[in-house]
Design a protein around this ligand. Sequence first.
Ligand SMILES: Nc1nc2c(c(=O)[nH]1)N[C@@H](CN(C=O)c1ccc(C(=O)N[C@@H](CCC(=O)O)C(=O)O)cc1)CN2
Length: 283
Amino acid sequence: MPAQLIDGNALAKKIRAEVAGRTRALKARGVQPCLAIILVGEDPASQVYTKHKVNDSTETGLKATLETYPADLSEEKLLARIRELNADKSVHGILVQLPLPRHMDSGKVIEAISPAKDVDGFHVASAGALVTGQPGFWPCTPYGCLKMLEDIGYDLRGKHAVVIGRSNIVGKPMALMLLQKNATVTICHSATKDLAAHTRQADVVVAAVGKRNVLTADMVKPGAVVIDVGMNRNEAGKLCGDVDFEGVKEVAGWITPVPGGVGPMTRAMLLVNTLEAAERAAA
Ligand SMILES: Nc1nc2c(c(=O)[nH]1)N[C@@H](CN(C=O)c1ccc(C(=O)N[C@@H](CCC(=O)O)C(=O)O)cc1)CN2
């Protein structure tokens, strides 16, 4: 039997409705949740993503501002603007769209954002909070993956989860979240020997590499849950993930599509984090 689809669009819609309800309640207390988005340069994909983020926010009652700057903006000017937004009490969340132009140090820029407004969950303080189980902001993409697992009623306790990819914004936080839910977690990466030997043991596989066909049907245990974080283009320019969807769906128990899987959930969890930031500031 082919895998059941985990519909990211449908779940994101449900989450946006919840955010809208909580936002109304906060507004009734005189607080307008506000997200400040910064885009540096003219990367077409980033332009699309930031526009979506503004629209999602507006539709759920959050305020979002989009500041765009030329690719040759100096790092100093960007840091100065972030410091202003940190001090602005009407702004609850600050997001700098990645990637930044090459002359900028992304780490330094992210560290300039106040941890209380780090709704992307990329700041080292947010990473530390995730490691130690303290309140903080969880990065939106892995947070969205976890919500998808929750939504299908999947109990991670004692399950073997394999995360392919070790980026700071997806792979590592994903592994920590799965660990927090009591899964046994393996992180695989470019130096892993015999990736298939690991993935074949997994009850849950999260593929977050940024390369097509990293996971094929022969690498998946029958019935496993497969979450595809990849966002690639095939030869025809069609959007596809890291997973060979057509093959793997015949083996897996659950699978996320690309598009319509993790992507919309990333956007939905940004709204959740922004609202959370505003609620915390108002508490
Ligand atoms: N500051 C940040 N920068 C980046 C992040 C991030 O979380 N914070 N993540 C990615 C890009 N990204 C969000 O910014 C993102 C990418 C894609 C989608 C999405 O909804 N994808 C759709 C397909 C869209 C299309 O047709 O192109 C889907 O999968 O259905 C959401 C968010 C890098 N930068």
